[in-house]
Design a protein around this ligand. Structure first.
Ligand code: NA7
Length: 544
């Protein structure tokens, strides 16, 4: 057969957040013609949209940053242990300026449809601006948490005040002074926003469906000496992060083999230190329900000691899922907020929402009159943004149909039947279970190497084989089932979206293990992938 003609671009990247920007920079510096399509008006991804009060990262600033440029990591100065959204956005904007990335990005453009052209080994994309664009390869840098989800509560459209979602916050900010505000949702976003809104609003009503485990951040200024010390050893820290994800203090002891008093002392020490590190106090907390109960009891006792009203404290105590099986939350003054006179907790387990009316939220106990409503109700996680695009692969197969019973990928990087389409930090990779920037940098490097491998051999097509994909999906399921993680109704499982298939989506593995698995595949000539040109592309043998 004749070789396919060259499309207009080598690579199209969808999304200009942390992933898309790094992918663009890497591929451009390797000589590819690249175009990025971005729905937002500027760079930043999730950090462009999440401008709600209190928004901040729960990974420490010095770790939640790119490692690909030592000048960048040395010169950028972080001001806080956990950076707030404006500082992270400034950092991303700085990266875009520093590496002159914006010239290859089409902003305010949403990809509606992507079809694989089998005759030319290329992707054809249609957008909402009428831009039609083609490329040999397509990289989904669309983010794991980028499709905000408004609750399906009857009457919400008829509310007379403004309804805001934390993940699509107005750029000009919102002034809640003097207002009666309702917040629905007590995940990470709600837990960050609630103290900030309570400080401004006249009254705040929090509608809680599930109480969450929340650990203090102990955020504060990042002092020069500490920052400089870290930067001196940055290369070493980054290398360790490539194995561990985030550099937490991991324990090699089991809670089950530790005395109650020693366990208590360790939980207290970690509580005082703060952050997600808390969960690594012992190595059996995510696999042994009895051990998990000991750390859960510790947090419940803390909640009871902070919240003055015993009934409110009881409602705030999580008791329907093991600690860590929903994304652990990190706060600044969350539980203390319930001691304020202007804050009221509505426990939806006791008094469920019936509907939203023009004047407020009606629960089984009556109407809560409100001037504004904040939905901190989360996202269609991991698959939402990919499936938001009408994607068709070989033989016109639709990705929505293929993933109707849950996402299927090989290594989380590709899905069979959709050649030349890569996904960054998607389902089937560690993704949201590790420091996202570390996961992104790994995928960007792996995809860049795969494209170079194809280019060197004059090949124009790469896709996952069905057999390799089937084995990987099984492997990902087994990994999750060895832990307590599938026990909670979390967004890891799609449980927050009515009708979404209940499949544990991220791959539960230390990123170092996963990196090695990906490296082994590459070293074996991309084992489990089908490489070549046109439909004649042939499968490599695979090990998974
Ligand atoms: P999350 O973690 O999905 O939290 C959403 C919250 O909204 C959670 O408390 C939900 O309760 C609640 N929710 C969702 N729908 C409803 C309805 N219909 N009624 C009442 N309550 C509802 O999203 P976040 O934005 O907070 O955090 C996402 C991630 O971003 C976070 O983990 C970090 O990684 C960064 P539920 O628990 O489902 O009962």
């Amino acid at each position: 057969m004749t070789a396919p003609t060259s499309p207009a671009n080598d690579v199209l990247i969808i999304g200009a957040g942390f992933a898309g920007l790094h992918m663009l920079h890497q591929l451009r510096s390797r000589g590819y013609k690249v175009r990025v399509i971005e729905a937002a008006g500027d760079v930043g991804g999730v950090w462009y949209w999440n401008r709600y009060p209190g928004a901040r990262c729960d990974v420490e600033s010095l770790q939640y940053s790119y490692s690909f440029s030592s000048e960048l990591e040395q010169q950028w100065v972080w001001t806080e242990r956990y950076a707030a959204q404006p500082e992270i956005l400034r950092y991303i904007e700085h990266v875009a300026d520093r590496f002159d990335l914006r010239r290859d990005i089409s902003f305010n453009t949403r990809v509606l449809r992507a079809c694989f052209d089998e005759t030319q080994d290329q992707w054809l994309l249609d957008t909402d601006t009428g831009l039609h664009i083609s490329a040999r390869f397509c990289v989904m840098a669309t983010g794991a948490l980028s499709i905000p989800r408004l609750p399906d509560i009857p009457g919400i459209d008829g509310f007379k005040g403004k309804v805001h979602h934390t993940g699509a916050w107005p750029h000009e900010g919102v002034d809640f002074s003097g207002q009666r505000v309702g917040v629905i949702g007590t995940g990470s976003s709600g837990i960050q926003a609630i103290p900030a809104i309570a400080a401004q609003a006249a009254q705040l009503v929090v509608f809680q469906r599930t109480a969450n485990f929340v650990i203090p951040a102990h955020n504060g200024p990042l002092h020069d000496a500490e920052q400089q010390a870290w930067k001196q050893d940055y290369a070493l820290h980054r290398e360790r992060a490539r194995q561990l994800g985030t550099l937490y203090e991991f324990s090699d002891k089991a809670a089950a083999q530790t005395s109650a008093s020693a366990r208590q002392a360790e939980y207290e020490r970690r509580w005082q230190k703060g952050g997600v590190n808390f969960i690594h106090a012992f190595n059996d907390l995510m696999v042994n329900p009895q051990s998990n109960e000991t750390i859960a009891d510790f947090v419940r006792a803390k909640i009871r000691s902070i919240v003055k009203d015993p009934a409110v404290a009881e409602s705030l105590c999580p008791n329907d899922h093991p600690l860590g099986t929903k994304r652990i939350c990190v706060d600044t003054g969350y539980f203390e907020t319930y001691n304020r006179a202007n804050v009221r907790l509505v426990d939806l387990k006791k008094t469920p929402i019936r509907q939203v009316q023009a004047a407020g939220v009606l629960t089984s106990e009556g109407l809560h009159e409100l001037d504004a409503l904040v939905c901190a109700t989360g996202y269609d996680a991991l698959t939402g943004a990919v499936l938001n695009i009408d994607i068709h692969g070989v033989d016109g197969q639709s990705l929505q149909e293929k993933w109707a019973n849950g996402p299927r990928t090989y290594l989380g990087l590709m899905t069979q039947g959709f050649p030349n389409m890569f996904i960054i930090t998607g389902a089937g990779s560690p993704s949201v279970l590790v420091n996202m920037v570390v996961g992104i940098e790994h995928h960007v490097a792996w995809i860049s190497d795969a494209l170079a491998y194809l280019r060197q051999r004059g090949m124009t097509r790469m896709q996952a084989s069905r057999e390799a994909e089937d084995r990987w999906v099984e492997h990902v399921n087994e990994a999750a089932n060895r832990t307590l993680l599938p026990q909670a109704n979390s967004w890891f499982l799609g449980a927050n979206i009515p009708g979404k298939p209940r499949v544990f989506m991220p791959y539960v593995a230390r990123i170092g293990v996963y990196r090695q698995e990906c490296q082994d595949v590459a070293d074996q000539g991309y084992a489990g992938f089908v490489l070549g040109t046109g439909p004649a592309a042939t499968a490599s043998s695979h090990k998974f």
